[in-house]
Design a protein around this ligand. Structure first.
Ligand code: B12
Ligand code: SF4
Ligand code: SF4
Length: 283
């Protein structure tokens, strides 16, 4: 039986009840950190996932391999679907981030730093509620085996890319900055879960990997180039991941705001995701 409607309702229901989706840390317990997710669905049997093993590296997980990490076995790929979800930053966070020049806004720091705990809550609830419906599932963000890797072709990479999954699941395309542009723009964060259920696949048509970026479309944008404080993005070479990664440590050392506890927050500058025409929409 097709489970698309039921699973989508479940995702929205869990999102609505999240205890950690708020800015309590900044004294704003009533303000949400993330808006309701966009949902895209890919077939695990999509040949795009095989392409990723060549494109990124043989270490890269297929959906069946990631599923088997939890269960020890996996059914044929034709029995699995991959759900990718994009959680938009709120209007308030994006407006604050527009004014940031060298270091991200407080909301950005906290919504990045508290993403992992929020995802553990969200993905844990989603896996349990699916199990209660008799559906096996494996959330990527709950797999302890996940780590970064180096790709021979593409440099910094990892065992599973949510953005490439988002492309497979019809949620949009990459941009010049490497950021992934959805119908709700580029200022979004992603998660993915593999489910053993019959679902409707989201059609991505014949779109190419950069179709929704204005620069690749018309040569006319490049706003993200100007936003980057360390010139990690250029029209000629796109995004230099190493410069971007190095800026994380530099920015923390130079500009960390004393009123936010550093704790175990992971940090990312994200200035290229605000004050750009693709911030909130497909431009
Ligand atoms: C490693 C990593 C980083 C690294 C490297 C980023 C990168 N480009 O890979 C560093 C530290 C630099 C980084 C920085 C940031 N990150 Co980061 N990061 C990750 C992580 C953990 C893994 C990414 C990965 O595996 N990439 C795989 C490689 C292969 O991707 P790639 O090189 O970009 O791929 C390119 C090619 O494949 C090409 N391509 C695609 N299809 C095809 C087809 C053909 C034929 C060809 C030729 C090419 C091609 O297009 C891609 C983009 O150019 C993910 C979480 C996850 N598990 O997905 C988050 C993630 C990508 N990061 C995210 C974010 C938000 C950020 C930051 C904004 C920081 C912040 N939190 O504020 C910055 C933004 C940098 C930028 N401009 O994109 C978000 C993405 C949001 C978005 N809208 O895109 C993710 C998905 C985290 C999440 N859970 O949402 N990140
Ligand atoms: S700011 Fe412009 S060039 Fe950069 S990713 Fe967005 S649409 Fe593309
Ligand atoms: S995240 Fe910051 S350092 Fe990295 S490309 Fe974007 S603006 Fe530049």
């Amino acid at each position: 039986m097709n489970k698309t409607g039921e699973i989508k309702r479940l995702i929205f229901d869990i999102y609505q009840g999240l205890e950690l989706n708020n800015f309590a840390t900044l004294g704003k317990a009533d303000a949400k950190m993330y808006d309701e997710p966009l949902i895209g669905i890919a077939a695990a049997s999509d040949s795009y996932f095989e392409f990723l093993k060549e494109h990124i590296g043989s270490f890269y997980w297929s959906p069946a391999e990631a599923f088997a990490l939890k269960y020890g076995d996996a059914p044929g790929s034709d029995k699995l679907c991959v759900i990718c979800m994009a959680f938009p930053q709120t209007e308030e966070t994006k407006n604050m981030q527009n004014s940031a020049r060298l270091f991200p806004s407080d909301n950005w720091v906290v919504s990045r730093g508290e993403w992992e705990p929020m995802m553990r809550e969200f993905s844990g609830k989603l896996e349990s509620r699916l199990e209660a419906m008799g559906i096996r599932s494996a959330s990527i963000d709950l797999r302890p085996e996940f780590h970064r890797e180096d790709s021979e072709n593409l440099g910094i990479a990892s065992l599973w890319s949510h953005r490439h999954t988002a492309f497979a699941a019809g949620l949009g395309t990459f941009g010049l900055s490497d950021g992934f542009i959805t119908e709700k723009g580029i200022a979004v964060r992603f998660t993915s879960i593999i489910v053993e259920a019959d679902m409707d696949i989201t059609d991505r048509g014949d779109r190419g990997p950069y179709d929704w970026c204005l620069y690749y479309n018309s040569g006319k944008c490049g706003a993200c180039v100007a936003r980057c404080p360390v010139d990690a993005i250029s029209r000629e070479h796109g995004h230099d991941k190493q410069i971007c990664l190095d800026y994380e440590d530099e920015a923390i050392a130079k500009y960390w705001p004393p009123h936010i506890e550093r704790g175990d927050y992971i940090f990312g500058c994200g200035l290229c995701q605000a004050k750009v025409p693709c911030r909130d929409k497909r431009p």
